[in-house]
Design a protein around this ligand. Structure first.
Ligand SMILES: [Zn+2]
Length: 149
């Protein structure tokens, strides 16, 4: 297994993301935060595209302070017990204060540094690339870029 920092050089590798907190879910993870098993780096992830079957998903990654992961665990534990590798948070309508505290953590994210392709972020990373300029994120056709068409 490669560290998250090596993913751009090794397509189709087992995922190093061993703990994922899923904050938005639709037939799979759409947004949340995750942690690398090798270097413990923590990232915020957001889905920006998916294929017509919603299986192959394109995500942005932006780094968060390392302690963000444990802080978010302690907040989400007020809702339910952690479940790994993917803990899908089952939001309740009365979770507004939890929601606000979660947003504060997400607001600390650095600019997006990586795009990753995956059908399941905790099992396999199909492809990854560094993001060198912010405008490429939404301008690029990532399915063509990664030869997925
Ligand atoms: Zn790593």
């Amino acid at each position: 297994m490669e560290c998250c920092k090596q993913l751009t050089k090794s397509p189709n590798s087992p995922s190093p993301f061993f703990r994922i907190i899923v904050l938005d879910y639709y037939d799979g993870a759409k947004a949340g935060i995750l942690q690398c098993q090798i270097c413990s780096s923590v990232y915020k992830f957001d889905m920006i595209d998916w294929d017509e079957h919603q299986d192959i998903r394109i995500f942005t990654l932006s780094e968060l302070p390392c302690q963000s992961f444990e802080i978010l665990i302690s907040i989400c534990q007020e809702i339910e017990k952690p479940k790994w590798p993917q803990w899908v948070i089952n939001w309740q309508p009365n979770n507004i204060t939890i929601d606000k505290r979660t947003q504060k953590i997400l607001d600390l994210a650095e600019p997006i540094t990586m795009i990753v392709v995956s059908t399941n972020l905790s099992s396999e990373i199909i492809g990854a690339t560094d993001v060198t300029s912010p405008q490429i994120i939404h301008d690029c056709d990532w399915f063509s870029y990664f030869n997925l068409k």
